[in-house]
Design a protein around this ligand. Structure first.
Ligand code: UDP
Length: 236
């Protein structure tokens, strides 16, 4: 018996770079696709939102002189590029998957609606929801929270390159300690930066728990679904 029936998986665009400085590392992409395929075959309903930071970020575009809204639109299109890559990698694994877009761009993908997403999930398809929220000034963490709530996921799984939430940045402070679980209120109080505040608040107000875990260790996604707390759970 798996712990969750329907999940929203957030993958970071940066992780897709693997060891590269930019773009998509095909071995990392295939590693993700294999982990997702294994879960999908076991009957878990999987919605996915991917970031775009491996290709373009609105804020860094604005720093170079681009209009912020245009920069954010470029960032949203970057998430669509990553989503197309994952969609293709999943199909190579023999998995039925569907990519929806938050901004209309048929025939690249069908325009997102909750109804389409839920119907595809119920048909056993993996659903990748690309284009962020479709609006500038948001992030894909916020898009994941929003889509997770909309599709009524049991949990949002935030795949990162660290094992969970630490008392301080473990890449800078080696003696930082890891939380097994932590409440949303403590996240605010301790000013821990796991996601932006908009995303955190959406999850808190709509009671969507979040698990932060290391997606880059093969087999970790299956462990989470088997009920192993290998990361940090954030709850109300
Ligand atoms: N973005 C946006 N609206 C959204 C989601 C993303 O404008 O709803 C843009 C924003 O410019 C962001 C980029 O897409 O920098 C990539 O998204 P991601 O969440 O990966 O950004 P990061 O947190 O890495 O900046």
């Amino acid at each position: 018996m798996k712990k969750y029936k329907r999940i929203l998986l957030k993958l970071s665009g940066e992780s897709l770079m693997g060891e590269q400085n930019y773009g998509i590392d095909s071995s990392r992409l295939n590693d993700y696709a294999e982990q997702i395929a294994e879960l999908s075959k076991s009957g878990i309903e999987i919605g996915i939102v991917i970031g775009g930071g491996n290709i373009f970020r609105g804020l860094s575009g604005a720093a170079k002189g681009f209009d912020r809204v245009n920069g954010d639109q470029m960032g949203m299109l970057a998430t669509t590029i990553n989503s197309l890559a994952l969609n293709s990698a999943l199909k190579n694994q023999g998995i039925k998957s569907k990519m929806l877009t938050a901004i209309r761009m048929e025939p690249v993908g069908e325009y997102y609606s909750k109804g389409k997403a839920v119907e595809a999930l119920a048909n056993g398809e993996v659903v990748i929801i690309s284009g962020g929220t479709g609006n500038p000034y948001f992030t894909t963490d916020t898009a994941s929270a929003l889509r997770g709530i909309e599709i009524e996921a049991d949990i949002m799984l935030k795949g990162t390159r660290v094992d969970g939430i630490y008392s301080a940045d473990p890449e800078k402070f080696p003696d930082a300690t890891k939380y097994e679980k932590i409440s949303f209120d403590e996240i605010y109080k301790k000013n821990l930066k796991i996601m932006d505040l908009t995303a955190t608040t959406l999850c808190k107000e709509n009671n969507l728990p979040v698990m932060v875990f290391n997606m880059d260790k093969k087999g970790n996604l299956a462990k989470v679904l088997n009920g192993e707390n290998i990361g940090t759970i954030v709850y109300n």
